[in-house]
Design a protein around this ligand. Sequence first.
Ligand SMILES: *Cc1c(COP(=O)(O)O)cnc(C)c1O
Length: 398
Amino acid sequence: MLSTEFSSPAPGFWPGVKPEDWNSWRWQLKNRVTTLEQLERLIELTPSERAGVAVAGSKLSLAVTPHFFNLIDPHDPNCPIRRQVIPRFEESLTMPWEMADPVGEDGHMPVPGLVHRYPDRVLFLVTDRCASYCRYCTRSRVVSGAGEQELRTNFEAIYAYLAAHTEVRDVLLSGGDPLLFSDDKLDGILTRLRAIPHIEFVRIGSRVPIFLPQRITPELCAMLKKHHPLWMSVHVNHPKELTTEVRDALGRLADAGIPLGNQSVLLRGVNDDPAVMKALVHKLLRCRVRPYYLYQLDLIQGSSHLQVPVKKGVEIIESLRGHTTGYGVPQYVIDAPGGGGKVPVNPGYVLHHDAERVLIRNYEGRVFEYPEPRSHAPTGIKETVAAVESGAPIQDYV
Ligand SMILES: *Cc1c(COP(=O)(O)O)cnc(C)c1O
C-alpha cells in the first residue's frame, strides 16, 4: 500500500529501547545493523540477500540505522526500502558498461576531495561516511571505507584552492554525509568557507534527515542558521521514508530558514511508477521540500538490477507535469557517463519549431501554436508604433 499519511515506525524491531536512547543520534549510529547475524535475527533474508551481504564487505559496507530499518517490510522481499539498503547478490555482477567512477569525478579533482566540473561551483567531499549505505551509491569506490579507493580530502589545500579561484561562488558539501560531523566540526568548515568573500552560496547534500532524523537537533539548526545563505538537498526515493520523525526534522531545518530540495534516484522496484512518484512529491511538498532532481541511475558497478529505462523516467515526468503542482515536478537528469555533468531529459512538448512559430502540446495532448516575434509587423501597426515613438499623443491611437 502507498503511504500518503505520516506515521512513525518506532519502536518496531527495537521494543523496550528507552526513548532517550532511541532519540539519540549517537545511539542510532552505534546500533546500526551492520552484520549478517543481526540481519538474520531481524528479518528472513532471501538467498540473494544472504549472498549479497557476504560480498558487501569488500565493496560497500552494510549499515542501516534502526530508524530506517524499521521501515522495512519483513514479509516483502521486494520491499522498496529493503532494495535500497540490503545488499543483493546482483551487486557482485558488473556489466561491461558499468564503472567504478561513473560520472568521471576523479578526473575533475584539482585537489583531493574537491570536484570542480562546472564553471562557478564545486563539490566538496568532506567525509566518506554515511548514516546508512545506499546500495546504488555513485561514490561507492570511496564511500564507507570498504571499496577500492580511499577519499583523502585535503581540507587546507581545498580552502587555498577556493580562496584562489574567485570564479567559485557556490560550494556544495557532500561526501559521504556532512551531517555526520559534530556541530563544532561542521561549524568550523562552514566558517572557513564563509571567510572566502566570493563564495556567495553554500549547500549541504545529506540523507541524514531521512536515515537519522534524530541528528537534526535544535543545536544543529541554530549553528547552521549562522551561515546563511545555506541551502540543503536531501535524498528521498519513496513516500514511506517520510515518517513523522523525518517530517519534523525537515520542519526544524525549514524553520531555521534553510530552503530544502530533494534529489531522488529512479530505481527499479522502488519508485519507477507514476503513482509512487506522485505520492512522494506530494508528501515532500507537505514537508516543505521542493523536488529538485530526479536522477537516472549512474552506471555504477553492480547496479543493473536497479536500473530503469529512460523512457519510464520521461513517462513519470509527463505524468506529473500539468497534472499536479508545478513545484512538485523535479527536473529529470542523466549525469553524463564519463563526466559531462547533468543533462536534462524532458518529455517532448515542442512538436515543431521554425522561424515563424512553435507548435506545442499541453499535458492533455492538445496542440497549440505560438507565433515567434516578427521583424515585419503588418502595415498599420508599424506606422502607429513609429508615430508614438516620435512623440505623438498616445490617445490618438488607442
Ligand atoms: C551535481 C553537481 C553540482 C551541482 O549541480 P547543480 O545543478 O548546480 O545542483 C556541482 N558539481 C558537481 C561535480 C556535481 O555533480
